[in-house]
Design a protein around this ligand. Structure first.
Ligand SMILES: [Zn+2]
Length: 177
């Protein structure tokens, strides 16, 4: 595809379009990754028959997530309406990316919907995308990816959460709703 690629010059020098812009920009990628790992410590164990999705944003110097969850998944397939998370992003916040979990009985691979959803927001500066496998591995992928194979090839592991940790949060989360 010949569409303009903001980081084309740098990426070409380094050998490919799948390289994240991390090396050449001033985006808070490490802070975001740390925040994402914390989100998975909370929501990863809860992704038992459900999937959680968050938009990552920064407001007043703090990085947070606006989180929603899917309905009950059917055989590992979940329908998540990200509009619910978008509606929770405070006015004036700088959006930095997204993360979502796959349920514990779900797929280890990105879906076409995952790739399309991140691609729709890839024009946002500093946008990064993360998902977790059913075994708790957390991976980033290049949100500008135009297909599932390209997105899968761009993945980088950033950590792991414990599937059974903090089970008691389930009760707290439900009580707040
Ligand atoms: Zn997914």
């Amino acid at each position: 595809m010949n569409a303009a690629y903001h980081i084309a010059t740098a990426a070409t020098l380094l050998g490919g379009l799948t390289l994240p812009a991390a090396a050449t920009d001033d985006c808070p990628r490490e802070e975001v990754a740390e925040h994402v790992r914390q989100q998975y410590d909370l929501y990863g164990p809860l992704s038992d028959g459900r999937e959680y999705f968050g938009f990552i944003y920064r407001l007043d110097g703090a990085i947070r997530s606006a989180v929603t969850r899917s309905g009950r998944c059917t055989r590992g397939n979940c329908l998540t309406d990200t509009a619910g998370a978008a509606a929770l992003i405070p006015r004036g916040a700088k959006i930095l990316g997204e993360w979502h979990s796959h349920p514990h009985d779900g797929s280890a691979a990105l879906s076409a919907e995952d790739v399309r959803g991140a691609k729709n927001n890839a024009h946002i500066r500093c946008y990064s995308a993360y998902y977790s496998k059913p075994d708790g591995e957390i991976l980033s992928w290049e949100p500008g990816s135009t297909s599932v194979p390209v997105a899968m090839a761009s993945r980088v592991s950033i950590g792991h959460f414990e599937l059974q940790a903090e089970k008691n949060l389930m009760a707290d989360t439900d009580r707040d709703r």
